[in-house]
Design a protein around this ligand. Structure first.
Ligand code: MIG
Length: 638
């Protein structure tokens, strides 16, 4: 039975994350204990309870044993001990044997999820204030509960087909010739490529909806030149609008009253890449309409995809935090610094960015009333991307655009996908990537991926290759890295041929990947599933977190450890192992249910076909347009 109960506490902000209208129950919530006085929601876990969900967050698929905070943050250290990343998806899937249910907490402020951190058996959610909607979702299976939740939240975003190709990105491509060179080298190496991303350097002084005409003297023609080679250029858009007299976006924003306000009612001033900026008030429909229409400037020059960045929003500093830091420096100047002084000094300087006090110092306008930012903090990136998605839909009906965001909240999944932000070239972050995907899928975020190879720090050839082997399956497949790090385009490495075979394998599997993605969208299902979704009676499976089901036919078991020439795999049933070196070079083996050590050399990908299923394979071209996804053969397992 699929049943949902909706409970309301206080006067919540209407986030529009849920699109289905529903009666509010007037009895006390079942399943959980709500203590409005102490702003907590509590559930007592039994020893075997598994808690899944929380979308883009840190740690495992089972979230037990840590404390997580929904508090969207520009967090470049994706380590186990951080509590917040860029996104908030307050959905939990609680599974205790035959008993299971889902919880969705529609609350856009900071929420703390203590899942057995303080006390082993307590799951306690604590809010800043008790204004929220709480949904308790029942279902007969884990996937049933997810489906019911997703029906409430609305269908997920669908990108254009070419967006399922492979994309190369790097912060630091300076101009046309840098990009021409990337494309040339990919084509020469015979490695398929469909996209090149443009990072902030393409803009004129980091101003949104401008192009630097030194770097790109004839941008429109350049977009065309790339399109002729089946390459889509995908520019970045940042949240902050540069304060500059005469800059049309700034001028219009002031005139139209579209920016967030400080406590005196003036547009908030904060600093990001362009220097001082104002933040568009995306919670206001008029602002969304205005800013969204601006994407036309680039679409009219042939652009069909965007990535929205810095929309937590990230703040480098404000006059306020800077002032405090300078005052502290002056106060300490000339003094003999003792150890406390030293800590005071570093703490003051260290807190000028993304400062909580700054987030409490400005206001949005919702239904004509001012709402302090921190109360609705987690909605900002969602509404930036919604602004773009709504406008593109309005201005170009029937056309699909590539659109994804760094920051998100449930509801944004209807307008775009996400990438998981500034990860690092660490093996642990490849493992994290594997575990984040199903949690994101639960909450409707299906078009997702991480920066392959790692964004921060220098990658290694083997990490790059293992990461690619996983990203063959992620709908968003992008190689991205930070300025100053080792160059990690696939042609930079020694084993170019292996990279070519692996990227080509992605294209060969696209009929399956695309079909599974579309099924997940239309049926509100998962693209990446934890094994326990389909093998519910096998408790052992609940602990398998480094193997995933992809669609209905396939299980994958990525290698994510350095110097490993294989790995242990647990098979809940008999499956056919395919050990791919390329789409036309692979071994097959039938493996019985149980534990196996499976060999996988650095250039080999492990794919398992489930009984009664078949895997369609097509012949990969150099781009999506060059790949005939209809011309398929099948690898079957009866
Ligand atoms: O402060 O645009 O996550 O992908 O390369 C860094 C530069 C701003 C953060 C994004 C990253 C991008 C970078 N941006």
């Amino acid at each position: 039975m699929n049943k949902v109960n909706k409970y309301r506490f206080g006067i919540p902000v209407n986030t529009e994350s849920i699109v289905e209208s529903m009666e509010i129950a007037d009895e006390a919530p079942h399943r959980v204990d709500v203590d409005a006085q102490n702003r907590t929601i509590r559930y007592v876990m039994s020893p075997e309870t598994v808690v899944m969900g929380l979308g883009e967050s840190i740690r495992g698929i089972n979230k037990r044993g840590w404390i997580y905070e929904s508090n969207n943050t520009d967090q470049p250290h994706h380590e186990e001990t951080v509590r917040s990343l860029y996104a908030s998806q307050n959905f939990l899937l609680i599974w205790s044997g035959s008993d299971m249910f889902g919880l969705y907490l529609d609350y856009p402020g900071k929420a703390v999820f203590d899942i057995g951190y303080t006390r082993e058996e307590d799951l306690t959610v604590t809010l800043e204030d008790m204004n929220c909607d709480l949904y308790v979702i029942e279902g007969d299976s884990l996937e049933d509960i997810v489906i019911r939740f997703r029906e409430m939240a609305g269908h997920s975003y669908i990108p254009p087909k070419w967006a399922f190709g492979y994309g190369q990105s790097r912060w630091g491509y300076r101009n046309e010739s840098d990009i021409r060179n990337v494309v040339k080298r990919y084509r020469e190496a015979g490695i398929p490529l469909d996209m090149v991303y443009l990072d902030i350097d393409y803009m004129d002084h980091f101003k949104d909806f401008t192009v630097d005409d030194q770097a790109f003297p004839d941008f429109e023609n350049f977009v065309k030149e790339m399109a002729d080679q089946d390459i889509h250029l995908v520019p970045i858009i940042d949240a902050g609008v540069k304060i500059e007299k005469g800059y049309d976006v700034y001028e219009e924003g002031i005139k139209g009253d579209y920016f967030c306000k400080d406590k005196d009612g003036d547009p908030l001033v904060a600093a990001v890449w362009p220097g001082y900026v104002h933040f568009p008030d995306f919670l206001k429909a008029e602002t969304r309409e205005w800013f969204g229409d601006k994407y036309k400037y680039l679409v009219d020059m042939g652009i069909e995809g965007f990535w929205n960045d810095m929309n937590e929003p990230a703040i480098f500093y404000t006059r306020n935090t800077l002032q405090k830091a300078f005052e502290k420096l002056i106060e300490l100047t000339g003094k003999e610094l003792d150890i406390n002084g030293y800590f005071e000094l570093t703490a003051t300087v260290g807190s000028i960015s993304n400062n909580e006090e700054d987030y409490r110092s400005f206001y949005h306008e919702i239904d004509g009333r001012p709402v302090r930012h921190d109360k609705v903090h987690n909605l900002y990136g969602y509404n930036m991307t919604r602004s773009a998605g709504e406008a593109l839909g309005r201005n170009y009906p029937g056309r699909r655009f590539l659109l994804f965001s760094r920051s998100s909240y449930v509801g944004m999944h209807r307008y775009g996908g996400v990438w998981t932000g500034d990860n690092s070239a660490w093996w642990s972050n490849l493992e994290l990537n594997i575990k984040q995907m199903p949690a994101l899928n639960m909450t409707g975020f299906l078009f997702c991926g991480a920066d392959m190879g790692g964004f921060n720090h220098d990658t290694t050839e083997d990490l790059m290759m293992r990461w690619l082997e996983f990203c063959i399956f992620t709908p968003l497949m992008r190689n991205h890295s930070a300025i100053g790090t080792r160059e990690q385009e696939f042609y930079q490495f020694e084993k170019t041929e292996d990279f070519k075979n692996l990227v080509s394998l992605r294209y060969a599997l696209l009929p399956y990947i695309y079909q599974s993605f579309m099924t997940a969208v239309t049926e509100n299902r998962m693209y990446f599933k934890p094994l326990c979704f389909d093998y519910t009676s096998d408790r052992r499976v609940a602990e398998v977190e480094d193997q995933l089901l992809v669609g209905d036919a396939v299980m994958i078991a990525p290698v994510y450890k350095q110097n490993a020439s294989g790995r242990y795999v647990y098979l809940p049933e008999k499956m056919k192992l395919l050990r791919f070196r390329s789409y036309c070079d692979y071994d097959e083996e039938i493996l019985e249910a149980g534990d196996h050590y499976v060999k996988a050399s650095l250039n080999e990908v492990l794919v398992f076909v489930r009984p009664g299923h078949r895997l369609p394979v097509c012949i990969p071209g150099k781009s999506l347009a060059d790949t005939d996804m209809e011309d398929i053969s099948y690898i079957t397992f009866d």
